[in-house]
Design a protein around this ligand. Structure first.
Ligand SMILES: [Zn+2]
Length: 130
């Protein structure tokens, strides 16, 4: 497995912890790391609310990247509450596709960190409407 995946996993784990924001909002049980094409790593955590105002860790990490002035994603890794990695949901895939029309297929996704198994976004998001 490439060293960058290890760095991303550690970066995500470093911010992953459950926190209660209010009686209606919790955050941090899922954490994500995104590597930009310049090689920087940006992290984000999920924010869960009572009525769909929250956000996935992946999109939060992507928005963190955008906030810091970068727009091109190379890799994405999300750590679930059990410490295993998982694929991004449809909304996160849609954001990545819209950020990189014609190129999103090449974004690498860590599916199974323990097994070192990654795929491209194009492999898990075939026949996208864009
Ligand atoms: Zn998502």
């Amino acid at each position: 497995m490439k060293q960058i995946w290890k760095e991303m996993y550690e970066a995500a784990r470093a911010v992953q912890h459950d926190r209660e924001i209010s009686e209606r909002i919790s955050a941090g049980c899922v954490a994500a790391a995104v590597e930009s094409t310049s090689g920087n790593i940006f992290v984000g955590v999920c924010v869960d609310t009572s009525c769909s105002l929250g956000i996935c860790a992946e999109r939060n990490a992507i928005f963190h990247m955008i906030t810091c002035g970068e727009y091109e994603i190379r890799r994405v890794l999300a750590v679930m509450p059990d410490g295993k990695t998982g694929a991004p949901c449809g909304a996160c895939r849609e954001l990545m596709a819209q950020m990189a029309p014609g190129r999103y297929q090449d974004i690498e996704i860590m599916l199974d960190y323990d097994a070192g198994k990654s795929v491209t976004l194009g492999e898990i998001t075939a026949e996208w409407w864009l």
